[in-house]
Design a protein around this ligand. Structure first.
Ligand code: C2E
Ligand code: MG
Ligand code: MG
Length: 506
């Protein structure tokens, strides 16, 4: 990775984090706007209901007054007016003319009412923002029912919309056809629209609600705009997002660099012959007599041992699997050839992959080294893991070929793959090596012990030798011995993998 690419990658990730933060912040900001808008809308509806109910209450109380516009009638109207909060005047009509009111008393001349702005189904007539019929200098709302007319106080909705809230609103009939009152710019404000207009982050938010009882023909619709994209939540989140993703990108780069350098080091180790081989004894369980050694690759990088479970697959992925197998094979035979010649019944067991088996180059190399060292193929066992596709016809054929030449073949890590017993029978391997995860379960878990018993039965049925991996305790050894007296074992109890200079000779 060049410096330029690293910088571009980190920058791109920070930009992504920044954008994600802006979007998340915007979401929070709009959530807050929605809360404010819904709160405002609910308060405006509640207030509109109070104003309406007061008007209705006054009309109901004034309806049956005795002696139209008599002194006592006007006095009654005045008492009602005095006790009201949102009504400025209350009057009596006759034949479409105003006769008297609490504020003006009995008029010298009846004043005709103008045509109403609209009439509700209940018969209530309404005038909106109309000039007062007695004195045109006074502008206000008016509603009339039967012979009573009430004038709403111009300040009945003072405080709406709340100052500085930037909210437009209007109070309308349920069908949205008639408007009782407007606050701000409302010509394009409709009932029943969703809270967000357009896509989720659009600046326009709307809320609406209607009176809970169906008889009251009243709804409120409000709108707020939020054009400011970079409010506090977006600011904080975008900076945090940019930093977080830049940090992640940095980690990624470090990891890539590290992995890159690990690969370089492994390549150097394999091609430079730095891989060491340790040997772990395999013994007859009954007599503890040595039957062979397993060759296990060892790599020490930067002062630490790296597990072969990590570097072997990595080497294979890098196309270095064959080089590794050749190195381990030649080193094992170089290290052990004298012991194997002295004791021809002993063998060295080498882990190989399906690719090795299929590779004529590796097979020829193996046979050459065996004969150069004056050994017989029976001194070598090839371990293929059960994870290898044993159903692969080519692998099966190669197993047969190698066995035909006198090499032993073991199925490694048995129980962890998905062997088909038919293939196993056809392959005629010399031994199966029961994976150590099952040995560990002996005595501890019933299911594990059951599997061990089952594998022992399979090996008997197929006439295949059994090697048990991972024997660490005497209890495990004696259990296995009782179940299969001819089994061979491998494990800490019988000997750890050690370098050549420390290996046991018997
Ligand atoms: P494996 O072939 O099943 O080798 C046995 C593993 O079990 C070894 O791990 C060994 O150290 C470990 N072991 C043996 N006895 C005990 C025991 O009693 N308890 C426990 N807990 N572990 C025990 P190691 O050396 O870490 O090797 C891991 C695997 O790496 C091997 O499993 C084998 O699949 C692979 N490997 C090692 N060397 C080579 C190699 O040269 N070529 C290939 N292709 N694979 C290799
Ligand atoms: Mg093995
Ligand atoms: Mg194994």
């Amino acid at each position: 990775m060049s410096r330029f690419r690293i910088a571009a990658f980190v920058l791109m990730m920070s930009a992504l984090g920044f954008l994600a933060g802006v979007v998340a912040g915007r979401h929070i900001e709009l959530g807050q706007v929605d809360d404010k808008l819904h709160g405002h809308n609910a308060r405006l509806l509640a207030h509109a209901l109070r104003v309406t109910q007061e008007g209705q209450r006054l009309m109901a109380a004034a309806t049956h007054g005795a002696g139209l516009c008599s002194d006592s009638d006007v006095a009654t109207l005045r008492v009602l007016l005095f006790n009201s909060l949102f009504i400025r005047d209350i009057g009596r009509t006759l034949g479409g003319t105003l006769q008297c009111s609490a504020a003006w008393g009995e008029l010298p001349e009846p004043v005709p009412l103008p045509p109403p702005a609209f009439t509700l189904a209940s018969g209530l007539q309404l005038w909106v923002g109309a000039a007062n019929i007695v004195d045109r200098r006074i502008i206000g709302d008016m509603s009339a029912y039967r012979d009573v007319v009430v004038f709403t106080a111009p300040g009945a909705f003072d405080g709406f919309p709340e100052p500085g809230s930037g909210i437009d609103a209007k109070i309308v009939t349920r069908d949205g056809q008639h408007v009782y009152r407007r606050f701000g710019r409302t010509h394009d404000l409709d009932l029943g629209r969703d809270a967000s207009i357009g896509w989720g982050l659009a600046p326009e938010r709307q809320a609406w609600a209607c009176a809970p009882d169906e008889q009251t023909d009243l709804c409120v619709v409000s709108r707020a705009r939020s054009d400011a994209w970079f409010q506090l939540p977006a600011m904080v989140l975008s900076v945090a997002g940019a930093l977080a993703l830049a940090f992640l990108a940095g980690l990624c780069v470090l990891w890539r660099l590290h992995a890159g350098s690990a690969k370089t080091e492994l390549r150097r180790a394999i091609l430079g012959g730095e891989i060491k081989v340790h040997y772990q004894p395999l013994r007859q369980l009954a007599t503890r007599r040595l039957t062979g050694y397993e060759a296990l690759a060892r790599w020490r990088a930067r002062g630490r041992d790296v597990s072969p479970s990590l570097f072997v697959p990595l080497a294979e992925a890098m196309g270095l699997g064959r080089a590794l197998s050749r190195q381990v094979t030649s080193q094992a035979l170089r290290d052990l050839h004298e012991r194997l010649r002295e004791n021809p019944a002993l063998y060295v067991s080498i882990n190989v992959s399906a690719a090795d088996l299929k590779d004529a180059g590796y097979r020829n190399f193996l046979m050459d080294v065996v004969s150069e060292r004056g050994l017989s193929p029976a001194n070598v066992a090839l371990e293929i893991t059960e994870g290898t596709p044993l159903s692969d016809g080519h692998v099966l054929a190669m197993v047969k070929t190698m066995r035909g030449k006198g090499f032993k073949v073991f199925i490694d890590d048995f129980g962890t793959g998905h062997s088909n017993l038919n293939y196993l029978a056809e392959m005629q391997a010399d031994a199966i090596k029961l994976d150590r995860s099952f040995t560990r379960a002996i005595g501890a878990e019933d299911a594990g012990t059951l599997i061990v018993d089952h594998v022992i039965d399979i090996s008997r049925e197929l006439g295949i030798n059994l090697i048990i991996e991972g024997i660490e305790t005497e209890e495990q050894a004696s259990y296995l011995l009782s179940r299969q007296p001819s089994a061979v074992g491998q494990g800490w109890l019988l000997g750890r993998p050690v370098p050549l200079e420390n290996i046991a000779s018997d």
